[in-house]
Design a protein around this ligand. Structure first.
Ligand code: GAP
Length: 457
């Protein structure tokens, strides 16, 4: 029996959502490529995030900063010294493990004290061998900038997107005349040399983040933090994640990242792991702006002209992973149903319906002509040409209509349009709804209006 994660991995490959990177060379561990449907799904997730975080608000603006940054950024941010995971190696089979994960697996709280491993007699989970002492492993990927190797400077692939927001704090605040409280948001790639990547796209070495830094006066921070916590949770719920699969967890003091004063994880109930981090809301204090002020010599202060005050604001960060969110929406939408398309051939007793929120679905409307004959094809073509102006559509003319419905249900297409011989007479088509399976006869001239607003976030 395959578990749900295995089924998702298999569906993702079979139907063009997600492939292993460099598969023809045996694959590159923990790196993935998004296929034709996966890229639509993930783009819709990012669009929904940008709409909620930027388009729908007056107090947040977007940027797109570069991946490569001045190396001093990572000294100032504390990543060079502190962005480490506790690493142990097995002395027998040489496999590497994250010490905190090994403790967690034994139900021991990973409070990081290196003696916790020996005190609890933790061995290699694979071969039972002895483990080395815990040492700190920096997760940043190093590379070189410059054509001549000897003269090239050592730089890093950014491990989080938000540092580009901090370094642009004054540029954005001044050019856009932003007043506190205000936010800067961006979506982009981040890279971490994870010791134990895995669980499909949950933990990878190259991933995308959707981050927003909200600059506030310290005295208003508590109240605004609560609002962001609720707002981020509601975003997932409104896009269809089941309430019982989502929860908040506050970080214990000894778990906090080096920059954080407080942190909440939004956790999703992953089928193979249970509740694990999906996104975070963090109180970063004024750590980052203070450190960048110190290291760059540029005063990253806010000037309140009315009160004639200058100070370094505090930051509430919302940090979501675009890949983790896409995986959660994919998993949550997956449903197996018994032969609901009523196909009598009995070969497909269990059918899959991907009940994605309609705004997230990669294909919004499938056009299915009942025959490959010229007059029906022509009409179906005309319908697609009109509808694709506003939405992603797919044309499918092969197989029985039951089979075609199943194919579309499996990729989460909210509506199928069947064009039949009667359509030539009455200029109407049958529109089938993925979730209710209701079929309505609709005039071709009314289709555009019928779909208006159906795919809004
Ligand atoms: N700027 C704060 C920050 O980066 P984080 O908790 O380390 O905080 C934020 O990461 C989010 O980025 C996580 O909640 C997760 O969604 C995503 N993320 C982090 N590491 C990841 C990885 N190795 N693979 C996929 N997503 C990851």
């Amino acid at each position: 029996m395959q578990d749900k994660m295995e089924k998702i991995v298999s569906l993702a490959k079979r139907r063009g959502f997600i492939f292993q990177s460099s598969e023809i060379y045996g694959g590159l561990s923990s790196c993935y490529d998004y296929g034709p449907l996966g890229v639509e799904l993930k783009n819709n997730v990012k669009k929904a995030w940008r709409k909620a975080m930027i388009q729908d608000r007056n107090d947040v603006v977007g940027i797109d900063s570069s991946i490569l940054m001045h190396p001093r950024v990572w000294e100032a941010s504390g990543h060079l010294a502190g962005f480490t995971d506790p690493l142990v190696d097995c002395k027998s089979c040489k496999k590497r493990w994250r010490a905190d994960h090994l403790l967690e697996a034994k139900g021991i709280k990973p409070n990081f004290n290196p003696s916790a491993m020996s005190e609890n007699d933790i061995k290699c989970p694979d071969c039972g061998g002895d483990l080395t002492d815990v040492r700190k492993f920096n997760l940043m990927f190093k590379t070189q900038m410059g054509a001549v190797e000897e003269e090239a400077s050592e730089i890093y692939l950014r491990p989080e997107t938000c540092q580009g927001i901090f370094t642009n704090f004054l540029n954005v605040q001044q050019s856009m005349r932003m007043k506190l409280p205000f936010g800067i948001a961006q979506v982009g790639k981040a890279f971490r040399n994870e010791i134990t990547p895995g669980h499909f796209t949950f933990r990878t070495r190259e991933f995308e983040q959707m981050e927003m830094q909200y600059f506030v006066r310290e005295e208003n921070k508590k109240e605004l933090f609560k609002k962001w916590e609720e707002s981020r949770r509601d975003w997932y719920l409104n896009l269809g994640i089941k309430k019982e699969n989502l929860r908040f967890r506050e970080h214990e003091k000894d778990e906090l990242a080096h920059y954080a004063e407080a942190a909440f994880d939004i956790e999703y109930n992953y089928p193979d792991m249970g509740f694990k981090e999906l996104a975070g809301v963090h109180d970063r204090g004024n750590w980052d702006l203070s450190r960048h002020s110190e290291y760059s010599g540029e005063k990253l202060q806010y000037h309140d002209q009315e009160k004639n005050e200058k100070f370094i604001p505090h930051v509430i960060e919302t940090s979501d992973g675009a890949d983790r969110a896409t995986l959660a929406f994919f998993l949550d939408a997956y449903e197996e149903v018994e032969n609901r398309s009523g196909d009598k051939d009995g070969k497909h007793e269990t059918e899959v319906v991907l009940r994605l929120h309609k705004a997230l679905a990669p294909i919004k409307i499938a056009i299915l002509p009942l025959s490959k004959k010229e007059p029906l094809q022509k009409l179906a073509d005309e319908i697609q040409t009109e509808l694709r102006k506003d939405n992603m559509t797919q044309y499918d003319q092969t197989g029985s209509i039951g089979k075609r419905y199943r194919r579309q249900d499996e990729i989460g297409t909210p509506y199928c349009i069947t064009v039949d011989f009667e359509s030539l007479e009455d200029q109407s088509v049958t529109v089938r709804d993925r979730d209710t399976m209701e079929q309505s006869r609709i005039k071709i001239s009314d289709l555009k209006e019928f779909f208006t607003g159906k795919f809004d976030f």
